[in-house]
Design a protein around this ligand. Structure first.
Ligand SMILES: *Cc1c(COP(=O)(O)O)cnc(C)c1O
Length: 414
């Protein structure tokens, strides 16, 4: 009992420490100039399309500085966008970041940058649903084929799926809804041996997984989630390390007209300043709620990386400095999807809705949002919990109450 308690205390530290270490950087990043020049703490919101120059030659000179995030027109970015790009690059450990209008646009942009007609893409079977749809429709229409691989496939298994025309190996760690943590360094090695780029959706692990230290070439962020943090802005970011990749990415972004409105950039930059304290608090609450769920007879498995039977637990232990407050719950096969839907409807404190990352808790049954081609399905129905800033004990009481709807529908055998 003492041992168990000690383990739980150690895990509370393990899920939260990485967020805490981000706090100082998040307060200081992108503010060097502001502190020197006697201006307000936060940058002003600057809206604009046309940029004016003193002469034609000055405009031409500025136009040549495209790769330095300079802009001669609002469609190429704005001061607010550039400021946010600096901060995201610092968090990701990147040399350059391009901010775009949504997380999904941040998934599409590097795929359109690094894939060409006749090419091939390898996607984890656990990839975010709209990214899968993009590959299966638009990429396909433009002559790019996609193969789905089991997210926990070994290097040998992935090597057999590589083709001579494989240009991109895609990773999302953990996977959407099923939360498999991948061996990213292994994926990078396989990609690079075969002349492909490793593109990773790092939304869950922002700040607690450093993609470029593990061989990732391109890192994707849905800034809508933790950076925004208040469910009131949609934004995405794509980060790279190599100068050559930056030129390719920046060219594609400008040619596709990809940018972000200054209002969303301003809100997201403001949200980022408090991300470390929000997430440290939420990571602890989420682990407490998950630990409570783990002991319940209705629950078969927790898809939270702090638990040893969670898929890819060892890679989370090795590579991440904390855990996000978003996890899955697999219920016992005794229950149907309809039972789960009734339980979710009975929750009073959890919002039912798409996305996550705000200050408020959310829940969603996973059926419908989960399409899998090659992975083994989980035996029982699943749902996804997002733990917000509420008191965790209030959330547990709410779940306990909603679980009554499960026991009235079925006699649970322990
Ligand atoms: C939410 C999400 C996206 C898309 O972000 P939006 O800003 O909602 O378009 C992409 N990838 C992952 C992993 C996400 O969770």
């Amino acid at each position: 009992m003492r041992h168990k308690q000690y383990q739980e205390e150690a895990m509370l530290e393990r899920v939260s420490q990485g967020w805490r270490t981000l706090a100082t950087m998040l307060v200081e990043a992108g503010r060097e100039k502001a502190r020197e020049n006697g201006s307000f703490v936060n940058p002003p919101l600057e809206r604009g399309s046309t940029v004016l120059f003193p002469s034609v030659s000055a405009m031409q000179k500025q136009g040549q500085r495209l790769y330095e995030h300079e802009t001669i027109y609002g469609a190429m970015g704005s001061p607010n966008q550039h400021r946010l790009e600096q901060v995201v690059a610092t968090i990701e450990g990147a040399s350059h970041t391009q901010v775009v209008c949504s997380g999904l646009a941040a998934c599409a942009l590097p795929l359109l940058t690094f894939l060409a007609h006749g090419g091939h893409c390898l996607m984890p079977d656990s990839v975010y649903g709209p990214t899968r749809r993009f590959a299966n429709t638009i990429l396909k229409r433009f002559g790019v084929s996609t193969t789905y691989y089991p997210p926990l496939a070994t290097a040998e298994e992935i090597s057999t799926l590589i083709q001579s025309n494989t240009q991109v190996l895609f990773s999302e760690s953990p996977g959407s809804h099923t939360f498999e943590f991948q061996d990213v360094a292994m994926l990078a090695a396989v990609a690079h041996e075969n002349g492909a780029k490793l593109i990773m959706d790092n939304t869950w692990g922002i700040g607690i997984f450093k993609p470029f230290e593990h061989g990732v070439d391109v890192s994707i962020q849905a800034l809508t989630k933790f950076p925004g943090g208040h469910s009131d802005a949609i934004l995405g970011a794509v980060s790279v390390q190599e100068e050559e990749d930056w030129h390719s990415l920046r060219d594609a972004a400008v040619q596709l007209g990809q940018m972000a409105g200054p209002d969303a950039c301003w809100l997201t930059l403001r949200g980022l300043r408090t991300m470390a304290v929000r997430l440290e608090h939420q990571a602890i609450s989420a682990y407490r709620v998950a630990s409570w769920l783990k002991k319940r007879p209705e629950v078969a498995q927790l898809l939270h990386p702090a638990f040893e039977d969670s898929p890819g637990h060892e890679f989370w232990m090795r590579d991440f400095s904390g855990a996000a407050p978003l996890f899955g719950v697999v219920f016992k096969p005794d229950y149907t999807y309809q039972d789960l839907e009734r339980m979710v409807d009975a929750l009073k404190r959890f919002g039912i809705g798409a996305s996550w990352g705000g200050y408020e808790s959310l829940v969603l049954p996973s059926l419908g949002s989960v399409t899998r081609n090659v992975s083994k399905p989980f035996p029982g129905p699943m749902c996804r919990f997002y733990i917000g800033l509420e008191n965790w004990q209030d959330l547990v009481a709410d779940i306990e109450h909603a679980f009554h709807s499960l026991s009235t529908s079925k006699m649970v055998q322990n």
